[in-house]
Design a protein around this ligand. Structure first.
Ligand code: GLC
Length: 659
């Protein structure tokens, strides 16, 4: 066995031999082990001595400005390729809703042309050794900024699927989609363990418990990056990002970028298992959380972007992470005494790459002078640049051609994964009620489809879809997508389907069933924070009052980024499905609504809640094991074989805001 394959075999053995994660067994979702503290782990990828020597030589030959340029990540609307060359920029990003030429309709060719321009610029600096630039993008449920891409269900729905093997396949598909447009790095997966569903990013989490998040983290990272191979343990896919380190899903009242008050052991046991698994799977980048951590009831909140103990002490120390740590969008600017253009404290805390969308010039100048004054030791800068170069070399970028010349770039169907996404939709649906076993419906009767989300692709795909918030789009922005209504029409034929948004003035009795598709709109981050878990659209309930009680079964499909208090809506439905944010493949819902033509069951429901469902609008936080009694418990989900009907539920009028 050659030396390099011995190293690779050792690396893989080291990676897979960890007691925490069984080798390559995606069919199981074991409970997360109980930790007394963060574990001390061996490096998940054995360093390649030759690579490390090469890196050291390059770093030794770099000027301070070249080093700080490597640590700076501007947004593509604020920097030109010429400036990437002039300032030795190491990476760029496009934020949600930012496209080449700032055109939503940018084509694959436009994405590739800009990626090539940045690459060419980085490879034509006057540095002794040219260091290729890398481009980070939020491909968090498919390559969701790009027109026409297949979008998978958001993570909350994938959590309900309880299928870690599916996540490996979604990771592989997402890597393919990202390669198609020429990026090297996706800011995914989000590994938040969500404890209060008022948080606007609840749908970006897989679950309220760490077990699913931990099992999924390994699979999605290996799917995105590929398994470390070869002497330099190259990651053949795209770079993945474990985010947001640490405790983003635990903030008080679910306030985005708020304070997570937890003991160190709670932090380790609830919020860290996904990150630990990602590190063990060889994740090459970790993004820091905007949130603060307060150690226990009396601890002083410390912004994660300035927390050296957790970033350097735990992540880089105990967990042995040897990739790069990236800040979130000007997150360093929230550290006391800092602003978007200057934060020695965040550099010294252990952040290696700074996402400085606009003020990147000032950041470079300020950081150079902070090193020259000794506020930041050169050893910290050299460590950061060493990590950046290590990640780029492991990604094979020093030997790669420009983005448009790489395997998969520009492939016509590179953005399409419709069958896989449709399967993911099917597996994500949770059947909460099925009285009289009305589902699956026969195909021989006409159906009336109503509701605000039946033919609304922005509602169906949610935030991080074409744009950041996802709510500035129309169906025309999703040319390759299928709405729930279109999926039902494909299943039954147009002649059997009548659609009406409100159901007003329609004689329901002429139909075999009513299908009501209701729910939240699209939102992202703090703009999705809510004061209670009440359904924000009262029109949903008035719609159901209008069409129910007519002797025709009502099947309600809820699109939402979180569990909601919808007991009144459930009471006025014969069947009720939690569909989360299913993405572009609405046919996946029709697949489970109808029997086959011969009357047999086509697909049964397999989804089970990965979040507890609240009994009232203010029963939050409510999580498995907290002693509270939710309306539907973690793990709940019916199949069409379950014969037990749901009795009428107590309806609890909620206040305008909780606590
Ligand atoms: C956002 C998000 C982060 C994302 C980054 C770049 O603020 O917090 O998840 O990756 O900015 O878009």
């Amino acid at each position: 066995m050659k030396a390099h394959s011995r190293i690779a075999a050792a690396a893989l053995a080291a990676l897979l031999s960890q007691p925490a994660l069984a080798a390559d067994d995606c069919t199981r979702i074991p409970d997360a082990p109980t930790l007394t503290d963060f574990p001390t782990l061996p490096a998940s990828i054995v360093k390649d001595p030759a690579m490390e020597e090469r890196i050291a030589r390059i770093v030794a030959g770099m000027t301070l400005r070249q080093k700080i340029g490597q640590m700076t990540q501007p947004e593509i609307q604020s920097i030109t390729p010429a400036q990437v060359r002039e300032h030795y920029i190491g990476s760029v990003l496009n934020g949600g809703g930012s496209w080449p030429g700032n055109r939503k309709q940018a084509t694959v060719a436009d994405w590739l042309a800009l990626a090539d321009a940045f690459w060419d610029a980085s490879m034509s600096t006057d540095a002794k050794v040219k260091v290729p630039v890398i481009w980070g993008i939020d491909a968090v449920h498919g390559n969701n900024n790009v027109l026409g891409a297949t979008l998978f269900p958001h993570n909350i729905g994938l959590g309900a699927a309880h299928d870690a093997c599916l996540l490996r396949r979604i990771g592989e598909a997402t890597a393919k989609q990202v390669r198609t447009t020429g990026q090297d790095w996706t800011f995914a997966p989000t590994l938040a363990v969500v404890r209060d569903d008022r948080w606007g990013r609840s749908y970006e989490g897989y679950s309220e418990l760490p077990s699913i998040t931990r099992a999924y983290a390994r699979e999605i990272v290996l799917g995105l990056q590929g398994t470390p191979q070869g002497a330099s343990a190259k990651v053949p896919g795209v770079l993945a990002t474990a985010k947001h380190f640490l405790g983003d899903g635990g903030t008080e009242r679910g306030i985005d970028q708020g304070i997570t008050r937890a003991s160190r052991a709670e932090l380790a046991n609830i919020h860290a298992p996904g990150h630990i698994a990602a590190v063990q799977a060889g994740v090459q980048t970790v993004m820091v959380s905007f949130s603060s951590w307060a150690d226990g009831a009396s601890g002083k909140p410390i912004k994660m972007h300035g927390n050296e103990s957790l970033i350097t002490g735990v992540l880089k120390g105990r967990l042995g992470f040897d990739g790069l740590v990236v800040s979130d969008w000007n997150g360093h600017g929230q550290v006391p005494g800092c602003d978007d253009a200057s934060c020695a404290a965040a550099v010294n805390a252990g952040i290696d790459v700074f996402m400085v969308p606009q003020k990147w010039r000032q950041f470079i100048d300020n950081t150079v002078s902070q090193v020259e004054k000794g506020t930041i030791p050169m050893s910290r800068i050299d460590d950061a640049v060493t990590r950046i170069l290590r990640v780029k070399m492991r990604a094979g970028l020093f030997d790669a051609p420009k983005p448009s010349q790489r395997a998969g770039a520009g492939k016509a169907d590179g953005l399409q994964d419709r069958d896989l996404a449709r399967q993911a939709v099917r597996e994500s649906l949770v059947l909460l009620k099925n009285n009289g076993r009305v589902l699956p419906l026969a195909r021989d009767k006409k159906v009336l489809v109503v509701g605000r989300s039946a033919d609304n692709l922005p509602n169906q795909t949610g935030g991080w879809s074409i744009t950041w918030q996802g709510n500035e789009n129309t169906n025309a922005d999703f040319p390759n997508a299928t709405s729930v209504l279109a999926g039902i029409r494909q299943a039954l034929g147009d002649d059997k389907v009548v659609y009406d948004l409100s159901g007003r003035g329609i004689d329901v009795s002429q139909f075999g069933a009513v299908i009501a598709v209701i729910g939240e709109g699209a939102y992202a981050e703090g703009k999705g924070d809510v004061p209670t878990l009440a359904n924000p659209f009262e029109s949903d309930l008035s719609l159901l009052k209008r069409v129910s009680g007519k002797g025709v079964p009502v099947v309600t499909v809820l699109m939402s980024g979180r569990p909601l208090y919808v007991t009144p809506e459930i009471n006025r439905s014969d069947a009720f499905i939690a569909a989360w944010l299913p993405g572009t493949e609405g046919q996946g819902i029709a697949d489970l609504l109808f029997r086959k033509a011969d009357g047999s069951v086509a697909y049964d429901f397999t989804g089970r809640l990965s979040y507890s469902w609240p009994k009232s609008a203010c029963q939050t936080p409510v999580n498995h094991g907290d002693g509270k009694s939710p309306l539907f418990a973690y793990g709940y989900g019916l199949t069409v074989k379950d014969a037990k009907d749901l009795a009428p539920l107590d309806e609890v009028a909620g206040p305008a805001s909780c606590d």
